[in-house]
Design a protein around this ligand. Structure first.
Ligand code: NAD
Length: 655
């Protein structure tokens, strides 16, 4: 109520936080950065000054005061001087004067943040509260203007927390039907799902590209091919993986049978991130469904793909309650978790992972966490240079670097370092930006991720890094050209924190031990890759890396093989997804032993007697003996127990 009246007042009078003069300063800065800006908002005192208040409201008062000062300066400088300064800032890019480039990044960041309400102080909170959609227009060098809709929370789709309970009630009721279908029928449905995905692939690619900004090839490979490949794995292998298993029975239990049965857990809650929105929906849904579970899927609020997943599942023959989609932000995710699903399958950041695990702990809901990464690439001196450079570029820049298993750090043996960097820079400069099939790299998906990339770059440059490519990035556009950095070290955020952007920082190493030490010097442990000609060395190194997945002379191929388990070590996650482990991860693994219905009772049952104790003791000692002699001793020790076992009630204790 208070906010509404404030905004109403501001709409009439301009900004309530900034003077007319300060708004003039903002417009002048804006003109400097986006001259003739088509369709850009105006912050003039008489016009839409209130727009800036949507951001200013959420700012710390000190930040607001500092910003006011900057805008005052921009307003008071003579126009030619201001224009000259801005030109100097732009020149600084080419001159590689780090302090000036940082100043430019900062000033441009402020202006764009205010124009688009993306980032800057308080931007995220404002977006969370107001749920904006913002359209960015950005000019890519050599390309026509690329329009990208960066979505924010989808308030129109978000369900009320109270509706969530009904979703889970329906899922629990539906699960009985899903289990009763039997595995062959569930797999037939998944086979149909594969056909539908294939047939509707262009529509899916278009939707995914629109919401994420990814290029067509990234969408085809990461969202369509990978989904179909996983469905094929299930079609071929799920029956064998989920079949009842006979297990060994120890000698002492001779005559009994041991089994493991894989049964559905019940209802699985899938909470997904925004970087592979279609894949992160269909793959966990299909694996959990194959195992006989109902699924509730909560996509990211940034890439909801509203209605798409439901429509594709329905066309494949899924009933509506078998896999439901609940839209909304983290609060809705938390409301879903509060319904105590039988398992949470969460993919996202470490910070959220910790929060959901804490909430799940209260309810004892089992969790699988697929979290972030800071994957290292280790290139030894005998690596094939061309292959390693091509692999480094693809591994670092695919999906615009927004893959949990992107190469985020590259360590190269010193003798190869200079040649590697030269070739890498030359090849990286040739990559094209855009969303079409001829483009290599799409745009970033979310405003906060752009802000992180900007901050990591500024931090690295301030600490002495050298930037070789992507010098024309303005620090705010979602179309980030791939950035190669050298002169980096582990004091820099870009070498320690997940950047999730098209960065490739490259550092030299001296010797195998140092390579391993640098690669492991992180809280993350998702995946890694090692490159070279000496297989024994590569395997030795790979075994020392504390990660969940490692590729040799390649990157991300472990993830591409759906027969392999996928998951993280250290803070990159808990549990394993896909392959045998992943399928069984959605099961209640039930241990079963089958015995006969004879009158015979067990040696270890009552009554306990001294004679029985001595026989059991002999058997315990014999149980550690090996070979034929051991078996005979064990059998001899067990024989007296056989006769003692059948003497129920002979101990003589009177009632
Ligand atoms: P995020 O952690 O911000 O959000 C992930 C999901 O959690 C979203 O759907 C969000 O709405 C939901 N959420 C947020 N707060 C919640 C809460 N309190 N309770 C329940 N749900 C909540 O992550 P993101 O920014 O969407 O995704 C990027 C991150 O995901 C990166 O760190 C990336 O490395 C990671 N990731 C990991 C893998 C993997 O397999 N290891 C794959 C893809 C992405």
């Amino acid at each position: 109520m208070r906010r509404e009246s404030t905004l109403h007042l501001a709409a009439t009078l301009g900004s309530v936080y900034f003077s007319a003069r300060q708004l003039r300063g903002l417009n002048r800065l804006g003109d400097g950065y986006c001259p003739g800006g088509d369709g850009l908002p105006s912050f003039s005192a008489s016009g839409a000054g209130w727009q800036i208040d949507r951001l200013a409201e959420a700012m710390h008062p000190q930040d607001r005061a500092d910003l006011g000062l900057l805008l005052d300066v921009a307003a008071s400088l003579p126009q030619p001087l201001l224009a000259g300064l801005l030109r100097l800032f732009n020149q600084a890019e080419h001159l590689r004067l780090t302090p000036l480039r940082l100043a430019r990044l900062g000033a441009a960041g402020v202006v764009y943040s205010l124009y688009y309400g993306f980032a800057g102080p308080g931007g995220t909170q404002v977006r969370d509260r107001l749920g904006w959609d913002a359209a960015i227009r950005t000019q890519i060098p050599g390309e026509p203007v690329m329009n990208q809709l960066v979505r924010d929370a989808a308030p129109d789709l978000a369900v009320d927390a109270t509706e969530v309970a009904a979703v889970f009630d329906r899922a629990r009721a539906a699960q009985t039907t899903i289990a009763a279908l039997g595995l062959p029928q569930r797999l037939a449905l998944l086979d149909r799902l594969g056909q539908v995905v294939l047939r509707r692939r262009e529509e899916i690619i278009a939707r995914v590209s629109q919401e994420t900004g990814k290029c067509a090839s990234d969408a085809l490979l990461g969202e369509i091919y990978a989904v179909i490949d996983n469905l094929e794995y299930l079609r071929r292998h799920a029956a064998a993986v989920l079949a009842d298993r006979k297990m060994p029975t120890p000698l002492a239990m001779l005559g009994k049978q041991s089994r493991v049965w894989y049964e559905p857990l019940g209802t699985i809650l899938v909470i997904a991130p925004w970087n592979y929105p279609f894949y992160q929906a269909i793959v966990p849904i299909s694996i959990a469904f194959a195992a006989g579970n109902a699924v509730v899927h909560k996509p990211s609020e940034y890439t909801p793909l509203a209605g798409l997943v439901e429509s594709i599942l329905a066309e494949a023959g899924f009933a509506a309650d078998w896999a439901q989609v609940v839209y909304g932000n983290g609060q809705i995710g938390s409301a879903c978790l509060a319904q105590a699903p039988d398992k949470l399958f969460f993919t996202g950041s470490i910070a959220t992972g910790k929060r959901v695990m804490a909430q799940a702990a209260e309810l004892l809901v089992p969790v699988e966490l697929e979290l972030g990464g800071k994957d290292p690439m280790l290139v030894f001196a005998d690596a094939n240079l061309e292959r390693a450079v091509a692999g480094a570029m693809w591994g670092a820049f695919t999906n615009t670097g927004q893959s949990c298993t992107s190469i985020e750090r590259c360590y190269v043996a010193r003798p190869l370092f200079e040649r590697f960097v030269a070739r890498l820079v030359e090849q990286t400069s040739k990559l094209t930006l855009g969303t079409g099939p001829d483009h290599d790299i799409g745009s970033m998906t979310t405003p906060m991720q752009i802000a992180i990339v900007r901050e990591h770059l500024a931090d690295a440059l301030a600490k002495g890094a050298m930037q070789h490519t992507g010098l024309d990035w303005d620090g705010v556009s979602p179309a980030i050209p791939p950035i190669v950095l050298t002169q980096v070290n582990h004091e820099m955020r870009v070498m320690q924190e997940e950047s999730f952007g098209p960065f490739l920082p490259v550092m030299a190493f001296d010797g195998e031990a140092e390579a391993v030490r640098l690669a492991n010097q992180t809280i993350y442990g998702l995946s890694a890759c090692v490159w070279g000609g000496d297989k024994a060395q590569l395997e030795r190194v790979a075994r020392q890396l504390k990660v969940g997945n490692v590729s040799i002379n390649n990157h991300m191929i472990t993830e591409g093989n759906h027969a392999l388990p996928f998951g993280g070590a250290k803070q990159s996650g808990i549990g394993r997804f896909k392959g045998e482990d992943g399928l069984r991860g959605f099961c209640n693994t039930k241990a079963v032993m089958v015995d006969g219905n004879s009158a015979k009772i067990e040696a270890n049952w009552y009554p306990f007697t001294t004679a029985k104790y001595q026989a059991l003791d002999k058997m315990t000692v014999a149980s550690r003996m090996r070979g034929l002699v051991g078996i005979i001793r064990f059998a001899l020790a067990g024989l007296p127990l056989e006769s003692l076992a059948n003497k129920l009630g002979r101990k003589g204790r009177q009632p």
